[in-house]
Write a protein that binds this ligand. Structure first.
Ligand SMILES: Cc1cc2nc3c(=O)[nH]c(=O)nc-3n(C[C@H](O)[C@H](O)[C@H](O)COP(=O)(O)OP(=O)(O)OC[C@H]3O[C@@H](n4cnc5c(N)ncnc54)[C@H](O)[C@@H]3O)c2cc1C
Ligand code: SF4
Length: 329
């Protein structure tokens, strides 16, 4: 591993200034992703700027009835919060579906959002990878891509975003509070991430030195009827093959409103807006849930070994929405 420095700045402004002004510097929060990547040689910062103690570690009620979650809140504490569990079960379930108890005790909200893809080639420095080494190629397209993207990929990259939490936050219309060299700003969660296009190495809309300080979830009347379902190769401690975050508002057997986001199918947490529109005003039945999934998946461009995700996503969407509608156990 390359030698590196370690510093705990006195405040957020000093942390932002350090990373903004030094190309080799990186923020360190829980370290559960960054340190692994350093051991693999995928990341090689020359200075770790420890922000874990500088980020808010509280979850607060907003005046409008939502929740503001400090970026330093540990994943375990987020999943255990009684307000999150009761009002936004999709979020608590998504967080608990990720990693292991020990990792969740360390991992922070900000770090979880910015964790890197688990594409095997990205993590192996002996292989080409456009994301890690721009212009070197994408061996995944003709190689191992079973778990990679069917939506939103490009000829240059078909990696998937690995976070479970981000999928739930996408469905909940969360906003990300950021502070940077130009001061604070708020970015919609779905606007935080970039599709790969011709520049897979640029994964977010953040600038160097931008520090995530909090995530805000607006109140959503029917979010109590929400859930997260993760399909994976083993029952725990595995990244998703496909996941679905959903919330459903039904009255008189008709869908009044719906939120749907998909995980492990795209380079970003995928808000399924086409499906949402196809659901509103329609009967809350498996037939119409399937039609909504089909509408969203019409734009899919799977590779030979991940085309199975089309059926998988459809089945999970239909099942989850049926459960939320009260038509399935
Ligand atoms: C074996 C294993 C299994 C896992 N399984 C899952 C899983 O199933 N689902 C899942 O969702 N996750 C999973 N994870 C990922 C885990 O949840 C992440 O590693 C963790 O959430 C990252 O949080 P952290 O605070 O440790 O981030 P760090 O590792 O400290 O940082 C991650 C990145 O974010 C940057 N960063 C951190 N905080 C901020 C901030 N506030 N502002 C700006 N930049 C910041 C860092 O510079 C770094 O680039 C797994 C991890 C491991 C090791
Ligand atoms: S899919 Fe993306 S991350 Fe994976 S090898 Fe191709 S360029 Fe790299």
């Amino acid at each position: 591993m390359k030698p590196f420095g370690y510093v705990v700045p006195p405040d957020q402004a000093a942390a932002v200034a350090l990373v903004t002004g030094r190309p080799g510097a990186a923020f360190l929060a829980g370290g559960t992703n960054l340190v692994d990547l350093m051991k693999l040689g995928v990341a090689a910062p020359d200075l770790l700027v420890d922000v874990a103690g500088l980020l808010p570690g509280r979850i607060e009620r907003t005046p409008a009835g939502g929740l503001r979650i400090g970026a330093g809140v540990r994943n375990s504490d987020l999943a255990a919060d009684p307000r999150v569990r009761a009002e936004f079960p999709v979020l608590a379930q998504a967080v608990l579906a990720g990693a292991s108890g020990q990792l969740r005790n360390m991992a922070t909200v900000g770090g979880n959002l910015l964790q890197r893809t688990r594409c095997l080639y990205f993590q192996d420095v002996s292989k080409p990878c456009n994301k890690r080494a721009p212009g070197s190629g994408c061996p995944a397209r003709s190689g191992e891509h079973r778990n990679l993207a069917i939506l939103g990929g490009s000829p240059h990259c078909v990696a998937t975003h690995p976070s479970d939490m981000a999928v739930a936050l996408a469905a909940l219309d969360a906003a990300v509070h950021v502070t940077g060299a130009a001061g604070p700003r708020v970015v919609p969660l779905c606007g935080l991430y970039r599709l790969p296009g011709e520049e897979p190495a640029r994964e977010t809309t953040l600038e160097r030195g931008d520090l995530i300080t909090a995530v805000e979830i607006p109140a959503l009347e029917y979010a109590g009827r929400s859930a997260y379902r993760k399909v994976r190769d083993r029952a725990s401690y595995a990244f998703a093959v496909t996941s679905v975050a959903a919330a459903l508002d039904v009255a008189g057997g008709v869908v009044k409103d719906a939120r749907l986001a998909l995980g492990a199918v795209a380079p970003v947490p995928w808000r399924a807006r086409i499906a949402e529109q196809a659901l509103v005003g329609r009967p809350a039945t498996a037939e119409w849930f399937g039609r909504a999934a089909d509408a969203e998946l019409a734009a899919a461009d799977p590779l030979p070994d991940n085309a199975f995700k089309l059926t998988l996503v459809r089945n999970v969407v239909v099942r989850m929405l049926s459960v939320l509608a009260g038509d399935a156990p």
